[in-house]
Design a binder for this molecule. Structure first.
Ligand code: AMP
Ligand code: ZN
Length: 141
């Protein structure tokens, strides 16, 4: 299914040209227009899903293996020494394009921190209580 107003639907399905790294029947992998580092790629499913919550399991199951292949290609040919796999869901998480996509961001020795956070603190009781809440939320799915 496609969404006529969605730019990533148009790119994934070849209606808008892109720097394409890989294509098969399910996905197109393109280079990000605003790369966090040289080679920053986006895995776009050809089907429109708003985010991970909407996506079909059969599609999602293929994404991580593909991300691994893209990352290995970056290590082999771009001289990257590692890569981050990042996927944003919702405005608060930084999602700006509401067509499911996965970032594969090559990392280079001595390069800047691209994906990071400041570790917080939590007691064992807080962790246990929070774990129970998430567990409950997952039960209805
Ligand atoms: P997110 O913030 O996770 O929704 O990521 C959206 C990403 O898409 C950003 O990194 C943008 O730079 C990138 N982006 C937006 N429009 C295009 C486009 N037309 N072609 C390639 N990348 C794009
Ligand atoms: Zn779309």
């Amino acid at each position: 299914m496609k969404d006529d107003g969605c730019i990533f639907c148009k790119i994934a399905n070849g209606e808008i040209p892109s720097a394409t790294v890989f294509e098969d029947e399910d996905f197109r992998v393109i280079l990000d227009l605003g790369p966090a580092s040289k080679g920053h790629a986006l895995i776009l499913p050809k089907q429109h899903f708003k985010d991970l919550c909407e996506a079909e399991c059969s599609t999602m199951a293929k994404i991580l293996p593909l991300a691994g292949r893209v990352g290995q290609g970056m290590k082999k040919e771009l001289g990257a020494s590692g890569f981050n796999v990042v996927q944003n869901n919702g405005v608060s998480a930084g999602q700006t394009v509401f067509h499911l996509h996965v970032h594969v961001i090559p990392r280079y020795d001595g390069g800047p921190v691209i994906v990071g956070w400041t570790p917080g603190a939590a007691t064992a009781e807080e962790l246990a209580e929070t774990a129970e809440m998430i567990k409950k939320g997952m039960q209805e799915l």
